[in-house]
Design a protein around this ligand. Structure first.
Ligand SMILES: [Zn+2]
Length: 271
């Protein structure tokens, strides 16, 4: 049977306007506003990080966004792909309609962390969503996970792009992806559209099987021992099912050692 694509809609991963495109920005009164809810007459706008001017880009065929004015070397919003933007935009609007979601925010500054999306669930717990692409130091994931735990916020790490994993197709994984797979108890969440996620399991990939002859003194016979060798990086993704962000709940986990990873104490938005 051929490989089944978890999701491939052919969305390019070109940067938005060459990068430097924060979603959230200060208007003329210093209030933080979201690009897609803003009008040009609320300007002039400035970046909350570098305090320099940004321009609201609006058009019929583009998601409204802000761009730093020419000459800026500010990193706020840089390196975000088109899909990162689209995921934020779609998640925001899907969650906005949910009756148990309140205080919905995009890129809310929370000291050392700034979740892509955050909201309060059921008037109780705060949830932070971190959208992540291909490269990220594992220490960063661990550090931010601990910060959210200290703040009493449940964190959901979501992988992009949505065609990152193909069911049944052997794939080289990153350390931070395997770290999250352990942290979330043998699954990772990949964005599927709106507030839908693919709960994805990464099966080990067997490189080879070795057979060793051993003499069993007790039984007085030769036995064959089977030893499997697994790839360190390669995994075979298996798609469990599609879940909604609002189907998840708070899962508290203690600091623990799992495989090669020392996992921090964490408060996860998971299941
Ligand atoms: Zn800036």
């Amino acid at each position: 049977m051929g490989a089944v694509c978890l999701r491939a809609r052919g969305i390019s991963s070109r940067p938005v306007n060459g990068g430097g495109s924060p979603c959230r920005i200060a208007d003329e009164h210093g209030a933080l506003v979201i690009a897609w809810d803003s009008n040009r007459d609320q300007g002039p706008f400035s970046c909350p990080e570098c305090k320099r001017g940004v321009t609201l880009k609006k058009g019929q065929f583009i998601i409204h966004h802000f761009a730093h004015n020419p000459g800026s070397n500010c990193s706020y919003g840089t390196g975000e792909s088109w899909e990162h933007w689209q995921a934020k935009y779609e998640m925001y609007h899907a969650l906005l309609a949910h009756p148990q979601v309140s205080e919905l925010q995009v890129e809310l500054p929370l000291g050392p962390v700034r979740p892509d999306i955050s909201f309060r669930w059921n008037n109780e717990v705060m949830v932070a969503i971190e959208l992540q692409r291909s490269s990220l130091p594992t220490a960063d994931v661990a550090r931010r996970t601990s910060i959210y735990d200290e703040k009493g916020i449940a964190v959901l790490w979501v992988l992009l792009p949505r065609d990152r994993f193909w069911a049944g197709v052997c794939c080289s994984t990153k350390v931070w992806e395997r770290f999250l797979h352990e942290l979330y108890n043998d699954k990772i969440f990949c964005w599927h559209g709106g507030q839908k996620l693919f709960s994805t399991h990464l099966d080990p990939y067997k490189l080879r099987t070795e057979y060793r002859e051993r003499y069993n003194r007790h039984l007085g016979i030769w036995c064959t021992k089977e030893i499997s060798h697994f790839s360190k990086r390669s995994r075979i993704p298996r798609w469990d099912d599609i879940v909604q962000i609002t189907d998840l709940r708070v899962i508290e986990v203690l600091a623990q050692q799992r495989g090669q990873f020392s996992l921090p104490k964490a408060r996860l938005w998971s299941r």
